[in-house]
Design a protein around this ligand. Sequence first.
Ligand code: AMP
Length: 404
Amino acid sequence: MSRFTNHNFANQKALIRVDFNVPIKNGVITDDTRITSALPTLKKVLADGGSIVLMSHWGRPLKDIEKKPNLTLADFTLKPAADHLAKLLGIEVQFAADCIGDDAAAKAAALQPGQVLLLENLRYYKQEEKGDVEFAEKLSKYGDVYVNDAFGTAHRAHASTAVIAQFFPGDKKMFGLLMEGEVAAADKVMNDNKKPFVAIIGGAKVSDKILIIENLLEKATDIIIGGGMAYTFFKAEGGHIGNSLCEEDRLDMASALLKKAQEKGVCIHLPSDSILADKFAADATTSSSLSNEIPDGWMGLDIGLMAIDQFSHIISNAKTILWNGPMGVFEMEKFQHGTKAVAEAVCKATANGAFSLVGGGDSVAAVNKFNMADKVSYVSTGGGAMLEYFEGKELPGIAAINKG
Ligand code: AMP
């Protein structure tokens, strides 16, 4: 059992870093997933008889105000999150209008078991993102135990996400349930995987995914490459890609990655054929061709039918699957079939016993769009953090807790 599950919070104050960076329009929260995701952690502390001081960031107040002087700090308040959380928990959620200072300290000190306090947006202070030690120490005084449940910011060495942990002894700092789930799923895929381990990497640009592919060359059995990034590989190999996306300055690197994969015995699979469009638009005229024989005037916007068969077959044999990035321009109806078919193949392999993790940006949006999120093993909420984990980087928010 985990440190968090084992801990008895009775009569203790849990200082919990959450990610309540939810979309808010005109004071109304339009998607509360990030708040509901934190509920299991909060409920466990309250059920134990503990109290909770919550801290989070929201948006980029200081940077945005610099660019748009008509904005004020009040435009970045977390108060709507406090009100919404109160509704979800069915209890009052107190609010401190300044995350540090006398009011926050007094409210935190007066908290009784079963009570919850949310501090105002941490990013009202530049010290948060700078990882200021004094600022972190001030925050640390509000709780007996530090719980980090904000996986989405785990790749940042900010005051509340990493620096603060040094003010708590090893048994008084821990991941919350959401963060624990993310770390366990990512660790299972990257460090404790069953073979064949098939990684599916898609999306627009090779340059965004180089580090991930390089790291996967050390771990995966097969790497499927789809989406716009595939065409840089085809061109690097002498193929004709028409007007498809291509990063000319990455051609050498693409060739080097293919060569390295061969040396390491990792199979890289590129889509043998593509669905073509005469323009980048939802109402484009479509056609199809081999991916390395795309005529001028046409661009590949999705993987083709042969590629769907090719990829589905590889995925069906997998015991571990990592999926990051769509196979095509899935936002447009005409070019969503490849991504949907790959999602279906991943769900089928999962039903047959594979462990599947979908993480990082648009592939998460894709499985949600196709209502398949509950048919894969894990859907990560931490975009940038998960990508850096896949790149093999040590995330400061994880390291700060694991250091003991
Ligand atoms: P990324 O953020 O790098 O994962 O890229 C996701 C974006 O790549 C999505 O918005 C897709 O529409 C886009 N995309 C995927 N395949 C292609 C393609 N063949 N051509 C252009 N854009 C693509």
